[in-house]
Write a new protein. Structure first.
Length: 269
């Protein structure tokens, strides 16, 4: 059995990666090295999610140091051809390979390739360069393949795993907040175009709510113009709907349904 040190950027991505790793003849050691998370409370919250993974997964942790100053210093350096995010990836992979070499590991991989926002070819290139330097093999996996992201998201819900909304650093947090505001504006605009601005203001009270109950919170009459598009604009965590109303909009049973780029959760009662 091959022993592998797996750099873990976050537990949701580790669970996405587990779909592929489980089919390999591996003993997995996880290494949570992410000094880019410059808020210590956020760092501890993310790291603590490792303890929620059931023991049968067989992951063992190799401890790492938390040093956010290392990140700030590294990304401020001028490295030709690398932007801030690429320097961050480089720094984390470099430390992972260094740790692997010090602890006798012959194989390294990273869950960074599970993230849809990370450039896989850059990760591959840096991993292969580090493999030569440290004489530790870089095993590249596309953890996004075979619906890895959806698989990981389902496990997160099952195990109660915290799913962050930004990469980690203060820069990405600000960018995430700006994107969230823009998304809210675009969805309100989309809703207004369907039902009119006055009605949209009333419906948007339920924007992002944990649950919308039909017909108790919203009646089908309120969203008759285009029920599915309107619900997509509101993005509730779940929609609890009476069976008679569910049939009217083509929902026959409880479950998740794709509406464009949003996966809605319907609970038919």
């Amino acid at each position: 059995m091959k022993q592998m040190l797996v750099h873990v950027c976050c537990v949701p991505d580790l669970l996405a990666a587990s779909k592929i790793l489980a089919n390999e003849d591996l003993k997995v050691y996880v290494y949570f090295y992410n000094p880019n998370i410059d808020d210590s409370n956020e760092y501890l919250l993310r790291k603590s999610q490792l303890k929620k993974i059931p023991l049968e997964y067989g992951f063992e942790e190799i401890q790492s140091l938390y040093d956010p100053n290392r990140y700030l210093t590294f990304v401020s350096e001028n490295i030709a051809g690398m932007d801030r995010c690429q320097k961050c990836i480089y720094m984390r992979l470099e430390k992972t390979f260094e740790t692997a070499a010090e602890n006798g590991f012959l194989h390294v991989t990273t869950t960074l390739t599970a993230s849809p926002r990370k450039e896989q070819e850059f990760i591959r290139r840096i991993g292969e360069a580090m493999a030569v330097r440290y004489r530790v093999a870089f095993d590249f996996y596309n953890f996004r393949s075979d619906n890895g992201i959806s698989f990981g998201a389902d496990l997160c819900r099952r195990f109660g795993i915290y799913r962050q909304t930004f990469c980690g650093c203060s820069f990405s947090k600000k960018e995430s907040e700006e994107l969230h505001i823009l998304s809210q504006k675009n969805r309100f605009k989309e809703l207004s175009e369907i039902v009119g601005e006055l009605k949209a203001e009333n419906l948007f009270r339920f924007n992002g709510s944990a649950e919308i109950r039909i017909p108790y919170d919203i009646c089908l009459e309120d969203i008759k113009e285009d029920p599915m598009k309107i619900l997509k604009s509101l993005r509730p965590k779940s929609i609890v709907i009476n069976s008679s109303e569910a049939k009217e909009i083509g929902i026959t049973k409880s479950g998740r349904i794709n509406i464009g780029n949003w996966r809605a959760k319907f609970i038919v009662v």
